[in-house]
Design a protein around this ligand. Structure first.
Ligand SMILES: NC(=O)c1ccc[n+]([C@@H]2O[C@H](COP(=O)([O-])OP(=O)(O)OC[C@H]3O[C@@H](n4cnc5c(N)ncnc54)[C@H](O)[C@@H]3O)[C@@H](O)[C@H]2O)c1
Length: 449
């Protein structure tokens, strides 16, 4: 293996899902890591050795690194940025109301860091940005500093696992040496993977054989958004075919299992249901459409994916209406506010969207999530009742919606409840369990039972 560790001090700007995961892992790979954010709430929690979000393995890594002094959370760019050889910028890039990417935080981070950067430092963009952004960020940085686009591919809920089993690390720049130094950080993480797995408690399998891919700046930027857009496209394609399955009597799971068996196609992400949400897919699809337009390129295929996704929450609510009649006044349990299982992230939560629709229709909605109740509160209408346990949410419900595939929802025996309709908005339950019962099972693109 290549000799690593020419760099010992790292600064990570932005302590969100990506920044915290990056910093917590690098702090166990031989680096001293300064983790910087402008949000005092986040930094104060991090200083106690905890994260503000739920993510398997992250809290033990944080606690140990803070105790060892290898991770230093800070509200200030100094001394972290001026000491660091490599600076990873991981600030948020939310979407603007018109779908374009809000790059305010990306430029603010670069501008604040610029006067502090030491000569020959490497400024690494890990945030997801529209193609062409790096060239402009480069202009606010001193000429003596190298700029590398190194987009992040980790999945929330699996960030430690993904970092230790990466498919590819992409780095784009006109400075090949800087790219190698960035790759060295990942090589060091790879060398420490057994230790990181042990501290985090995340099980790992055989060493990852991921690729290190060098590209130009623009390609690296475009690879990231293209990957996310394609995954979103697969979900919307499955949902579009699921509607036909519903109308024709086919079963989307059988269809997609067989379609996905073709190795040219693959089964992953062909999951019909309430559509995608979260802090990445919706904004990355919107951002790619918008940035394409600035280059005079249309992306009708992505606009269609967006439209289908937008329709899915209403589609499952409509299916419940068709099965149960008028939803006004009905007692409804909504299970799942996290945008997916394994995280507390409720940004653009499909579960919250469904709860709000039901609430608007006059239903009495109670909602529950094992980890995301708190984070979902901003996404929910005030009249949606958020409860603390599965028992409370199910109690007396006439209709149950499963909107996130948490294991406790998947494994639950709904036949023991008094509900008359079970809406499986994730297609994560076994329909045959409900055959011959008075309870009606409704999936997405699956025959109702
Ligand atoms: N969340 C994911 O799973 C994921 C995966 C891959 C890529 N990404 C991308 O990574 C980036 C970060 O995503 P996230 O989910 O971690 O975002 P986030 O919103 O959770 O965190 C961003 C953090 O940046 C901080 N920040 C904003 N401006 C700052 C500044 N000037 N200086 C210091 N800190 C500042 C914010 O306070 C916030 O804590 C985004 O571009 C996102 O698209 C996210």
């Amino acid at each position: 293996m290549k000799e690593v560790m020419s760099t010992k001090t790292i600064a990570v700007i932005g302590s969100g899902y990506v920044g915290v995961s990056t910093a917590a892992i690098a702090a166990h790979a031989g680096y001293k890591v300064h983790l910087i954010d402008v949000n005092p709430d986040r930094i104060n929690v991090l200083k106690t050795g905890k994260s503000f979000f739920y993510e398997e393995g992250i809290d033990p890594l944080l606690a140990q690194a803070i105790e060892d002094g290898t991770l230093i959370p800070s509200l200030s760019y100094e001394p972290g940025v001026s000491e660091a050889d490599i600076i990873f910028s991981c600030v948020g890039t939310p979407d603007n109301p018109d779908g374009s990417s809000n790059l305010e935080y990306v430029f603010a981070a670069a501008e604040t860091a610029a006067p502090l950067l030491k000569e020959n430092a490497i400024f690494v963009q890990k945030s997801t940005v529209p193609v062409g952004t790096g060239k402009k960020v480069r202009e606010v940085l001193p000429e003596t500093v190298s700029y590398v686009s190194n987009p992040e591919f980790l999945r929330e809920a699996k960030s430690v696992y993904d970092t230790l089993h990466f498919d590819r690390i992409v780095a784009g720049s006109d400075d090949g040496q800087a790219i190698e130094k960035v790759f060295d950080v990942y090589r060091a993480i790879d060398e420490h993977r057994d230790h990181i797995a042990e501290v985090s408690g995340v099980s790992i399998v055989a060493p990852s054989h991921g690729k290190y891919i060098t590209t130009n700046l623009e390609s690296a930027e475009l690879i990231k958004v293209t990957s996310n857009a394609f995954l979103a496209l697969k979900i919307s394609f499955a949902n579009s075919i699921a509607k036909l399955a519903d109308a024709s009597g086919a079963d989307i799971e059988q269809v997609m299992d067989a379609v996905g068996d073709d190795e040219r196609i693959g089964r992953a992400f062909f999951n019909a249901g309430r559509g995608y949400g979260g802090g990445c897919f919706p904004k990355d699809v919107a951002g790619l459409i918008s940035s394409s337009n600035t280059f005079g390129v249309e992306q009708p295929i992505l606009s269609a994916a967006q439209d289908i996704n937008e329709s899915m929450a209403g589609y499952v609510v409509e299916k419940a209406h068709a099965a149960a009649g008028d939803l006004a006044g009905k007692k409804i349990a909504l299970l799942g506010l996290a945008f997916k299982a394994g995280t507390s992230d409720a940004r653009k939560s499909p579960g919250a969207k469904i709860a709000n629709m039901l609430d608007k229709l006059g239903a009495h909605v109670s909602a529950y999530d094992p980890k995301a109740n708190e984070e979902a509160k901003d996404e929910l209408r005030a009249s949606v009742n958020v409860v603390d346990t599965m028992i409370e949410v199910i109690d007396g419900a006439e209709i149950i919606f499963v909107a996130t595939a948490w294991p406790e929802f998947v494994d639950y025996d709904y036949t023991q409840t008094s509900a008359k309709v079970l809406v499986d908005a994730m297609n994560c339950l076994e329909p045959s369990t409900y055959a011959n019962l008075s309870m009606k099972y409704i999936g997405v693109g699956r025959r109702s039972i």
